[in-house]
Design a protein around this ligand. Sequence first.
Ligand SMILES: [Zn+2]
Length: 416
Amino acid sequence: MNAGQVSLWPDTGTYGGVVRRPRLACYCCWLVALCALAGLVSACASGSSDQADATASSTSARTPDATATARPIATAVPTESPEPTATEVPEPTEVPEPTATEVPEPTAADVAEPTSAVSADSSEAVEPTSRPSEDLPASDYDGEVKAIRTVSGAVVAVRGVTASTYEVVTPCYNLASITGGLELMGGLDVLIDPGHGGDESGAVGPNGLKESDVNFDVAELLRAELIDRGYTVELTRYSDVQVAIQSRAELANALQPKLFISVHHNGGFPNPFPVAGTEVFVQLDDPEAQRLGGLVFEEIQSAFASTDIKWMGNLETFGVAWRKNDEGTDLYGILRRTPDLVTVLTEAMFISTEAEAKLLAKPETLQTEAVALADAIERWFTTTDPGTGFVDGIVFRGDLGNGGGTEGCEDPVLSR
Ligand SMILES: [Zn+2]
């Protein structure tokens, strides 16, 4: 997110309540987190014209039938995996910094001291935690059709079915009756959430590259890669539409994927860094989410270890960590609102820096990231590897605004 979009981000002052090892947050991550809290708003502008018609596009043609394309993955069910032990999946606060052998640890000489200016950017919207009354009443719907991929490319959670309509929760978190669309039955392996979208673009690079577009492109590539590997996968949006964090979380909870990953690229003004300044946010007190986050961090760092550009990052937020609000729950809505799922939010690098924005403009970069994420996800399903990169979490206090929520959101056409 750029300076012109800071309304979605809290400024440095609002984060005054940092506790534990205070660290400057990755601002894009904050935005993401904010988005996640509110219901990830994500969109991909690039290629949006091709993706707008969810049922007619080639993407649509790839849409796996949950039962037809599902490949039994005996080791994929988390409950079948050995319970990670304390030594295998250390709590973020207990885990040492990434080791030099796996991830070059920035040294003081490599990394300039973060300045307060970096915290001005917060493209990740954090849904306000103080407005629970804005939540829709809980749904007791338990029908077979869990969601609808609509004509506009938006995917909406179903709360009821009549003879001719679906009762759904719209991208802007309204209740509505719609017709048509592709029925999704749930039972997914992976739900991918491309952060931001529509008028809420997230961070923007010096070259004009929008985070919402990059997030979407990586998400689509990741989806294709995972389908090739036999997994059932859906996206939270198939076009460049704004989606409130609440709606993204409602969709995830309806579809009940085995894992839920929100894809973002960071904003803000970090400092020179020896490696990609990857930041991954994980759910509190969820060893499997933390393990997935550690694997995502490890694979992204490995994938870009030999890429020689002027990387930038924040030493104090580099790695895998939770973010807590002053109520003691996950700061980011996408993590907090999906307590029964394994959810992580990833910021592979900074789209807000010149070199990384240029790198992200290359299709091969997005493919490399997508394969890295697929490798991490496959390892989560098939191994008990603990991952690396865990660092201390941070507690934030104060009002983080409504970024990523319903503010300014206009629902797209949802009925055929
Ligand atoms: Zn973001």
